[in-house]
Design a protein around this ligand. Structure first.
Ligand code: FES
Length: 92
């Protein structure tokens, strides 16, 4: 993982195509991931991220929006939820 790289950017760089409908603007929930290891090493979520997470499908206590999280340790293991809510495409 590179410095100043979000979980989403690290996934995309490694060919893991996580959805990111709002282009990383913290305005959707499509980049939702569940952090399996390393959650305690992450910085706290902002209020905006928390508000959006409340709308995410399959929310868990260790859920995060991957475009908003900069891991501080190298080891972070995530699970990608089976479904995402793509509000952008639902509106069009
Ligand atoms: S890509 Fe929309 S909140 Fe992360």
């Amino acid at each position: 993982m590179n410095d100043n790289e979000t979980i989403l950017d690290a996934c995309l760089r490694n060919g893991i195509n996580l959805e990111h409908a709002c282009e990383k603007a913290c305005a959707c929930t499509t980049c939702h991931v569940i952090v399996k290891e390393g959650f305690d090493n992450l910085e706290d979520a902002s209020d905006d991220e928390e508000d959006l997470l409340d709308k995410a499908w399959g929310l868990e206590s260790n859920s995060r929006l991957s475009c908003q999280v900069y891991p501080v340790e190298n080891m972070t293991v995530i699970e990608i939820p089976k479904y995402t809510i793509n509000q952008v495409s639902e509106l069009t």
